[in-house]
Design a protein around this ligand. Structure first.
Ligand SMILES: NC(=O)C1=CN([C@@H]2O[C@H](COP(=O)(O)OP(=O)(O)OC[C@H]3O[C@@H](n4cnc5c(N)ncnc54)[C@H](O)[C@@H]3O)[C@@H](O)[C@H]2O)C=CC1
Ligand SMILES: C[C@]12CCC(=O)C=C1CC[C@@H]1[C@@H]2C(=O)C[C@@]2(C)[C@H]1CC[C@]2(O)C(=O)C=O
Length: 340
């Protein structure tokens, strides 16, 4: 797996002049698989040796240099631009539900910061359009996550196009709402609707995981023994499900429930499993609600009192990728929202 460089506290050091930089570049060699990103004008690095200054960032041992003035390319092929710094062999991700909302935001974020992403979504989705936006660093494969054949086909495309798989982000999901018994209509919860919710949200997530780990396991491990990361999307409804959310909450609680056993199961292969439980995020799933309702819902979020944005979900995805100690856990991402 690629080394993901994590920026801790930036160290401010003296900027060398351009001649010194060029001289240094000539004498340095990049480690393959190094992925460094310049985020929001800051540079994220690790003990491997990156410093950040207000004027720019540079990596020492690794050999890639950036300054305000622009970007340099080392012989090993690392380049830095305002948008980010990466080597050609950057992270390869597969994002289910990547055509819309949280999945799309994640795919865009990963590509923006040097990754390459296969978007898996329904044939009827906007997956083709989403992948087009990612230019050569994205691909779309029509996938129903409940189908073994579809997922296998997506994994094959990932190998054919990008050579390997480092990270899976499971975002595909549906929401259903119905009371267990409708008194007015004298009608019980439609069992097929319940089953479909579990099928897509829980079994679909598991289906992708079980088929993807074989491919991730083929990666060479990094210095920590790590080969890859699997990130799932649950919901705060797994913990505080509302009236009408029996199926949805059960499906999302199932994802929480399988997170630790999967992490334990895959520990030997060096694959981490982490689940995110989002609160309310501004995606097409919630956009359909009237503005007035949205305002009321936002008011119910302690802080910040607003809907989350897909890129904020993607930031947590990035943190999970970068922090090797995060494993077997579900992280709420909800502005302290507790649904009634
Ligand atoms: N938006 C929110 O406030 C929250 C969303 N979530 C979860 O986050 C995930 C993403 O949701 P959003 O981005 O908001 O929704 P979205 O509706 O914008 O995106 C979901 C994507 O999943 C795809 N999808 C649905 N069924 C599929 C299947 N069988 N196979 C492949 N793809 C399928 C859809 O085509 C769509 O592109 C879902 O699992 C949802 O339950 C959780 C908590 C809050
Ligand atoms: C935002 C929610 C909750 C988390 C989730 O997994 C998916 C969501 C999309 C549908 C929303 C969910 C929610 O917070 C409750 C509402 C807003 C739901 C649609 C109706 C809803 O139950 C409501 O209006 C509650 O007051």
């Amino acid at each position: 797996m690629s080394s993901y460089l994590l920026c801790d506290q930036p160290k401010v050091v003296q900027e060398p002049g351009p001649d010194k930089i060029k001289e240094e570049i000539k004498s340095k060699v990049l480690r393959p698989g190094l992925w460094c990103c310049l985020l929001y004008a800051r540079c994220w690095m690790s003990e491997a040796g990156c410093w950040v200054s207000e004027a720019g960032c540079w990596v020492s041992e690794a050999g890639c240099w950036v300054s305000e003035a622009g970007c340099w390319v080392s012989e090993a092929g690392c380049w830095v631009s305002e948008a980010g710094c990466w080597v050609p062999l950057g992270l390869v991700g597969l994002v289910t539900g990547g055509a819309s909302g949280l999945g799309r935001g994640t795919a865009e974020h990963l590509v923006k910061h040097g990754g390459r992403v296969v978007i898996c979504d329904l044939p009827s989705s906007k997956g083709r359009e989403a992948a087009k936006q990612l230019a050569g660093n994205g691909a779309f494969v029509p996938v129903d996550v409940t189908s073994e054949d579809d997922v296998k086909n997506a994994l094959q495309t990932t190998v054919d196009k990008f050579g390997r798989l480092d990270v899976v982000v499971n975002c595909a999901g549906i929401i259903t709402a119905s009371r267990v018994y409708n008194v007015k209509k004298d009608q019980p919860f439609d069992l097929k609707a319940f089953q479909r919710t579990i099928d897509v949200n829980l079994i679909g997530t598991f289906n992708v995981i079980r088929l993807a780990v074989g491919l991730i396991s083929k990666n060479a491990s990094d210095g920590d023994g790590q080969r890859g990361v699997i990130i799932n999307t649950s919901s705060v409804a797994a913990f505080d499900g509302q009236i009408g959310q029996a199926a949805y909450s059960a499906s999302k609680a199932g994802i929480v429930g399988m997170t630790l056993p999967l992490a334990r199961d895959l520990a030997k292969q060096g694959i981490r499993v982490v689940t995110i439980a989002p609160g309310m995020f501004r995606t097409p799933l919630v956009d359909a609600m009237p503005e007035k309702v949205l305002r009321e819902l936002e008011a119910g979020v302690p802080f910040p009192s607003r809907l989350g944005q897909p890129h904020e979900f993607a930031l947590l995805v990035q943190s999970i990728i970068q922090n090797p100690m995060l494993n077997g856990e579900t992280i709420r991402l909800d502005g302290a929202l507790r649904m009634q």
